[in-house]
Unconditional design. Structure first.
Length: 212
């Protein structure tokens, strides 16, 4: 739900706040450019605390331009500052394995994007591996512009991301079985990531004689 988009108009906000009344916290998703007066109005109507989720995706300039999200870092910075100024929380999504980022640099740019979000006040950051299934990722892979992220890269990104406390950094594990990785130790490694998502505490890597 985007509180400032045409899909949610100001006159709907009281009813939405009424529906959200039983909850101590409410999360809405918005483009950074849409965060403004209506966001503030909605927050004032809520009994609980408002958190706004924003897709930063990446701070890599080339990859960001190809996403065509029309999001400048200055826009993101202004939105983050607005939320902080009005005592609202910021949740951020960053992507792992984007096209136009060399695979060897993928984890580095994901971690840098996490760090960027945290320094702008993000209290929660989710690392989301890029997934296929819509045809576009498959097309880019066929052209050589995309190398799907691996389970090892997701592990490395979360391991590094957890150093950004007190922010909560997690790995999105939806469809994680589609990420390339060793079948012998996959289940244990995914379980490790799930535990780290819950505890926010790093754990030693899972040893495996097959993929060493």
């Amino acid at each position: 739900m985007r509180t400032d988009s045409v899909s949610v108009i100001g006159e709907d906000l009281p009813r939405l706040a009424e529906l959200a009344a039983p909850f101590r916290g409410v999360t809405v998703e918005s483009h950074a450019s849409m965060i403004g007066p209506l966001t503030l109005e909605f927050a004032a109507l809520l009994d609980g605390r408002l958190e706004v989720a924003v897709g930063l995706e990446t701070i890599h300039p080339v990859a960001a331009a190809h996403l065509n999200k029309q999001l400048e870092l200055a826009q993101f910075d202004r939105a983050a500052a607005f939320l902080a100024r009005h005592n609202m929380d910021l949740r951020v999504f960053v992507l792992l394995g984007l096209p136009h980022i060399p695979p060897a640099e993928s984890v580095e740019w994901t971690v840098r994007s996490v760090e960027y979000a945290v320094t702008r006040g993000a209290r929660r950051v989710a690392i989301i591996p890029v997934r296929g299934g819509n045809g576009e990722m498959e097309r880019l892979q066929a052209l050589g512009d995309l190398m799907p992220p691996t389970l090892a890269q997701l592990e490395a990104a979360l391991d590094a991301g957890l150093a950004n406390g007190p922010a909560i950094v997690t790995a999105d594990l939806w469809d994680v079985d589609r990420l390339p990785g060793c079948d012998a130790c996959r289940a244990s490694r995914v379980a490790r990531l799930a535990r780290m998502n819950l505890t926010g505490t790093s754990e030693p890597r899972v040893p495996c004689s097959v993929c060493v």
